[in-house]
Design a protein. Structure first.
Length: 157
């Protein structure tokens, strides 16, 4: 993996623009698969001198029903998780903001990308969830077909 980062750094430097990815949206779902994208983006953000915006979409009943007014153990856990990940990036000297959205994940991610200027969207993928993916499509698939920003999809092991 270190070779990939050296190649990326050489590409960024050769382009004369080490801030190619000035602002990166990192989507998190609060599962162990997030570690893959967190570790990858930590290195990329340092190389590219990027600013990060972490986004988690709370999609439980309370979040979908009450939006930002929702109060539930899920919302408290999500808020705490975002704070911990934000602090982890900040402890590595990476400027990071965290946002909690409410509702359907793909819709909320697409909405954020349309509202704000991101140079890259980074997501972990779970792989397939059988029937749900067949009928609804995965979040990553829906997002990548709906935005005009480069997207980094990293499949968690």
């Amino acid at each position: 993996m270190a070779g990939n980062y050296r190649q990326l750094k050489q590409t960024l430097v050769a382009a004369g623009n080490e801030t190619m990815y000035e602002t990166i949206l990192v989507t998190l779902d609060g599962t162990p698969t997030d570690r893959a994208i967190i570790e990858h983006i930590k290195q990329l953000a340092k190389l590219a001198h990027s600013r990060l915006v972490l986004l988690h979409v709370a999609d439980g009943w309370a979040a979908r029903t009450y939006g930002p007014d929702a109060v539930s153990p899920e919302i408290a856990e999500d808020t705490n998780y975002l704070r911990q990940v934000r602090e982890e990036f900040q402890s590595h000297g990476i400027p990071t903001e965290a946002e909690l959205a409410y509702g359907e994940p793909a819709e909320q991610i697409i909405k954020r990308v349309e509202q704000k200027k991101f140079d890259l969207v980074a997501m972990s993928t779970h792989g397939h969830r059988f029937l749900a993916d067949v009928f609804l499509g995965s979040t990553a698939t829906r997002v990548r077909h709906s935005i005009g920003v480069p997207i980094l999809l990293l499949r968690a092991k």
